[in-house]
Every structure is written in C-alpha cells, then in structure tokens.
Design a protein around this ligand. Structure first.
Ligand SMILES: Cc1cc2nc3c(=O)[nH]c(=O)nc-3n(C[C@H](O)[C@H](O)[C@H](O)COP(=O)(O)OP(=O)(O)OC[C@H]3O[C@@H](n4cnc5c(N)ncnc54)[C@H](O)[C@@H]3O)c2cc1C
Length: 465
C-alpha cells in the first residue's frame, strides 16, 4: 500500500496532483511537494504579475477538476473578480486560484502534505525486491523490462535532505528556451540578451527607446511585446520566426461536430489530413469556423497521435508542427488587437526568416537573417529569446535531469519532446510523470484541460498501488 509520495515540482501539475491525492485518499498518506522556487502552486505559466498576460483558454474551461470545468469561473465570481464565463482572464489570478486549491487540500487534513521548499537533485529507486512487475502499461509502452519492484524511492534535495517515499512523480514542467547556436559568446553574455523571457522584471530592464528583437512568435513572444507595451515602450520592435506566423486569434461562439471516428485507426498522416481538410471546407460552407474543427479534435488528439507510427509523427514535426501550433494555441482577441495596433503604428515589424548570426559589438547587437527574399541585417539594443521551452533532456541545466539520465532511470522520447513513458505517465515501477514531459507520448499534454485529467487519474493509480 502507498503511504508516501514525493512530487517534484509545484507548478500546476504537481499542485493538482497533491490536491487530487487529498481528495481521493481514504488511508493515511504523506505527500512531499517539492518546489525549488519560493512560491508554490504557480509554476512558469502562472508566475507572471503582468495583467496583460492572459490565459489562452476561456475562464469557464480552466477549472482545476475534470468534472467541474467551470470551477475557476465560479471561484472568480465568489472572490469578487467579475469576469464573463468566456473571458480570457489575467494569468496571475489563476495562480491565486491554484494556491487556494492547494491551501484547501492542506487544511482539509485528509492527508499530510509537507510543502518542501528545495530543489530535488536526484531520484534513486531504492533497494529492490525480487518480484516480477505486473505493470501492463509499462510493458505496453515498450519500456525496459523491470525485473523487480523497488521498495522505495529516495529523493535527494539540494539541502542534503533525503526524502524516502513509496513513489515519486516528476512534475517539472517547462524549462528555459535553448541557447541558440547563432549567438556569439559575446552576444550571449551581453547584459541585454535575455535567455529567460519569463523574468518578472524583464521589460523594466530595457530602455524605452531601445530597439528590441523578439526571437520567436509564439504566445511567449506575444506576452513579451505586451509587457513592453505596458512599460510604455517607444522604440522599434522586431519579432522574427522561421515562418513569420503569429498564433491565430480566438473567435468564440462556433461549434463543429466530433468527427474523430472517421480518423480512428488511420496510420497515415496524409489520409488524416484529407479528412480534416474536408471538414475545414464543410465548416466554411456551413458558416462555422476552422477553429471549431480544430477544437472538435481536441478530445481525441492524444488517441490519434498515439495511433500514428513514429515515422508519421516525425513527418508531422517536420512539416505541420508550426501550422498546428498557431492554429491550436491561439491568443485572446485582446492580445491580437494590441499586436495589430503595434503593427499599424509601425512600431512593430514581424519578420519571416532564419537568423544566421547575432553578434554584439559592445554597444548593439548585429543580427543577420535569411528570409525567402534573401539575406538581411538589423540592429537591436536588446534581444529576448522567446523560442519556447528546451525539450531535449540532455541539454537541460537541471541536476535532477542529468542524474536521472546518467543512471538511465529516464530516457528521452523518440521525438525529444520529453520523457519516454507509458501514456498514463508510468516511467518505471514507482516513478511517474505528468504534463509537459508527456508531450512526445501524447502530443496534447501541456494545457490545463489535459493536466487536470492526468492529475485525477494519476492520483487514483498511485493510491491503488
Ligand atoms: C508562459 C506560459 C503560459 C501558459 N498559459 C496557459 C494557459 O493560459 N492555459 C493553459 O491551459 N495552459 C497554459 N500553459 C501551459 C502550461 O504548461 C500548463 O498550463 C501548466 O502551467 C504546466 O504546469 P507544470 O506544473 O506542468 O509546469 P511548470 O509551470 O513549469 O511548473 C513546474 C514546476 O516545477 C519546479 N521544478 C522543476 N524542477 C524542479 C526540481 N528539480 N526541484 C524542485 N522543483 C522543480 C519548477 O520550479 C516549477 O515551479 C502556459 C505555459 C506557459 C509556459
């Protein structure tokens, strides 16, 4: 029986797992919730204090519990935040909401939750008993055969403390973007090169007249521009990505029927695409919207992804990933309107191109890039890396990750998007993960609607062990 569980990371994933354990446990249980940052229940996504940084999911779909998607919106109203159900609410409010769920779980006393402010630097599966594993999900995922079931998991913390538990869950979420190879060492070390786009005071470290280059045009690029706008930035702004595409803006109020049954069992990406294109066409003819077609796929995306052979997944990554990202991870209308205004005033120029070099001459960055129309240069006083979280485990500057890799406790998935694990998050007997680390396995595994379900299901599984 499980008496103790260590959860590494108290962002949304780790927090909701602790909350679910408190809700579901019927026996005494100790949970160690380990977080390296000062604040629990926030993580990267909800750690922002900039009101212009909004959720990209409507409030009435952001509930922390799978059976209560409207729970967050209800909480907003109960706590004096008068937002419409379909509003895109400032993300900082979501952090307060998550923390309230955690506080309630701790206060309930149904289990003991110890909040451990420390960095986990290693996880070792302890002394092993000679019992053959019955874990079918591990075998089904083709994970290495574990001949024995370990008796305990030892989590070493930076302070030197060692937590002993019956199981451990890796909930470490998002990491900083990779340091691009096109930066010279001088450019990488320059005071106004920012490899961390989530620094709370980033915009205030940039002069209001600075020429700023934002590398990457995803949702973090949008946030960064909104932060600069909030600081009354007056200098020129450049944003660049290899495709030059911003996320599409949300348009609510459309629906489209679930057509996933037509895709079930297909193992060819072109065959899937033909069907999806037919539905996009039908949606346009019926006065619906392509967004509703993409959203209709959401509940079955994980299943459809898993049925694709590895070669087809790689093909998707090469040819369709960007198109999927800008279609699926959309920005609120308010954010799109702000970007439109920056474009219209001429302050913001959005560029398509591949950066080949960024040098720093002691005063400014000299940026060289190639677009469809040839080679170009531009100068910037500040450069912000918004290229997205590093997913290649071997490159992560995390002691925990390096120790786990060195001992071969974890391996990267085939697409280098996260950890090789079973779809339910099992990595090895007594070691599990959820959320972003499962992106390569499930594809759709980074947003709250998926994370809250994983937290509920993983809690049930852990308690049943
Ligand atoms: C900028 C941004 C905005 C987003 N907006 C939305 C949104 O609006 N709606 C939505 O549904 N999803 C959004 N997402 C997706 C987001 O990934 C999930 O919603 C969710 O927040 C992920 O939580 P997490 O706990 O898995 O990861 P994280 O938020 O990254 O949290 C992981 C935590 O683990 C801790 N940690 C890591 N390693 C260790 C260690 N060794 N020891 C101790 N602690 C450790 C970290 O400090 C961190 O607090 C957004 C993501 C980002 C990056």
């Amino acid at each position: 029986m499980t008496h103790s569980i260590t959860i590494i990371g108290a962002g949304a994933s780790g927090t909701l797992l602790a909350v679910q354990l408190a809700r579901q446990a019927r026996q005494p249980l100790t949970v160690y919730l380990v977080e390296q940052h000062a604040v629990m229940g926030r993580g990267v996504a909800y750690g922002t204090t900039t009101p212009a940084h909004r959720l990209n999911v409507p409030a009435n779909k952001m509930g922390a519990y799978p059976d209560q998607p409207g729970h967050f919106h209800d909480w907003l109203l109960q706590n004096g935040h008068d937002f419409a159900p379909d509003a895109f609410v400032p993300r900082q409010l979501y952090a307060i909401y998550l923390q309230a769920q955690l506080q309630a779980a701790v206060a309930s006393g149904s289990i003991e939750i110890e909040l451990v402010h420390d960095e986990a630097i290693d996880v070792e599966i302890g002394e092993q008993a000679a019992v053959a594993t019955q874990d079918s999900s591990l075998r089904g995922a083709g994970l290495p055969a574990h001949e024995a079931i370990p008796e305990s998991v030892l989590t070493t913390l930076a302070s030197g403390r060692v937590l002993t538990s019956d199981a451990a869950v890796l909930a470490f979420g998002n990491f900083l973007p990779p340091q691009p190879g096109f930066l010279t060492p001088q450019a990488a070390a320059a005071p106004k090169y920012f490899n961390n786009p989530w620094l709370p005071d980033l915009a205030s470290r940039i002069g209001v007249q600075d020429r700023v280059l934002v590398i990457g045009m995803g949702l973090t690029g949008v946030d960064t521009l909104l932060s600069l706008q909030g600081q009354q930035h007056a200098g020129p702004l450049y944003a660049i990505s290899t495709h030059g595409w911003w996320p599409a803006a949300h348009q609510l109020g459309y629906s489209y029927p679930d057509f996933s049954a037509e895709l079930t069992g297909l193992t060819s990406l072109p065959a899937m695409l033909r069907i999806i294109r037919r539905h996009l066409q039908a949606a346009a003819e019926q006065g619906s919207n392509w967004r509703a077609v993409i959203d209709a796929l959401r509940p079955s995306t994980q299943t459809l992804w898993q049925q694709l052979p590895p070669a087809e997944k790689r093909r998707f990554m090469r040819h369709l990933r960007r198109l999927w990202d800008v279609s699926r991870h959309r920005m609120p209308q308010e954010c799109a309107a702000a970007l439109d205004a920056m474009h219209a005033s001429g302050q913001l120029r959005s560029l398509q191109g591949r950066i080949t070099a960024i040098e720093f001459d002691g005063a400014a960055f000299n940026v060289t890039y190639r677009s469809h129309s040839g080679g170009h240069t531009l100068q910037a006083d500040a450069v912000i890396n918004c290229m997205g979280s590093e997913t290649r485990l071997a490159r992560l500057p995390s002691r925990l990750m390096q120790n786990l890799l060195a001992r071969q406790t974890i391996q990267a998935d085939d697409l280098a998007q996260g950890i090789h694990a079973a779809p339910d998050g099992a990595i090895a007997p007594r070691l599990y993960t959820l959320g972003t680390a499962l992106k390569g396995v499930l594809w759709e595994s980074t947003a709250m609607p998926e994370i809250r379900t994983q937290a509920q299901q993983l809690a049930a599984r852990l308690l049943a062990a």
